[in-house]
Design a protein around this ligand. Sequence first.
Ligand SMILES: NC(=O)C1=CN([C@@H]2O[C@H](COP(=O)(O)OP(=O)(O)OC[C@H]3O[C@@H](n4cnc5c(N)ncnc54)[C@H](OP(=O)(O)O)[C@@H]3O)[C@@H](O)[C@H]2O)C=CC1
Ligand SMILES: O=C(O)C1=N[C@H](C(=O)O)C[C@H](O)C1
Length: 233
Amino acid sequence: MKIALLGYGKMGKAIETIALQRGHTIVIKTSRDSDYNINDADVAIDFSVPSAAFNNISNCLNNQVPVISGTTGWLEQYDDIVSLCEKQKGAFIYASNFSLGVNIFFELNETLAKMMAKLNDYKLDIEEIHHTQKLDAPSGTAITLAEGIIKNNSAYQDWQLDTASDKNIPIIAKRIPEVPGTHIISYTSPIDTIKIEHEAHNREGFALGAVIAAEWLADKTGVFTMKDVLNIG
Ligand SMILES: NC(=O)C1=CN([C@@H]2O[C@H](COP(=O)(O)OP(=O)(O)OC[C@H]3O[C@@H](n4cnc5c(N)ncnc54)[C@H](OP(=O)(O)O)[C@@H]3O)[C@@H](O)[C@H]2O)C=CC1
Ligand SMILES: O=C(O)C1=N[C@H](C(=O)O)C[C@H](O)C1
């Protein structure tokens, strides 16, 4: 496949390595001032910045180029992208995290949330740790984890950054140099703590998942998620 990389930073470069290993060609690599014709590509992979994702994705959909996006921090415009995709009969996948391990962790989180729903003595928090260049907080993955808990436990209605309050899940965001991405869910009672954790050792899992998603999406029409791609859950 001819792939466009919309955003050629840490993730764009990791995706390029995996895509070349899997026999694909990179025909477009963009940064903030790039001029390009998206029709040169069979499929586009957007890992850019929150302020650029909407335009990058819209341009692909308006030109009938299937597009996957891993950019976080732009989701207030997600519904507009879904409408555009339907209008243009395009193909689109967003995932806050493309790694297989995190997608298994998402399932585990929902199962645990169901089990904890009746246990009122446990206080919940989510912690996410990322490198210091990250622009958004909390991470998209932490938001997906919070949404998975809210769906399965009526004690929670929303999440809040760094603050605990009734009915809200506190998400604690830490920034430490070079950390690729760690997420920890803790339920703590006076008696004990139940904790589940996913720690990425590098960016390879995110990049491999993104290339697999692009291969899967290339001949499809519609809006999909990583659950469709990985067939788990
Ligand atoms: N879903 C997932 O699995 C994962 C998601 N992410 C997310 O992916 C995004 C990118 O992460 P990362 O690669 O670490 O970030 P980087 O900062 O390393 O790279 C961002 C890239 O986007 C480019 N860019 C800036 N503006 C535009 C624009 N208008 N159009 C196209 N590209 C632009 C930057 O170019 P310039 O150099 O000119 O500034 C840079 O090359 C983040 O939102 C992050 O949260 C990260 C890892 C996994
Ligand atoms: O910015 C990152 O690096 C990451 N961003 C994603 C997120 O916001 O969840 C995924 C991963 O944790 C790395």
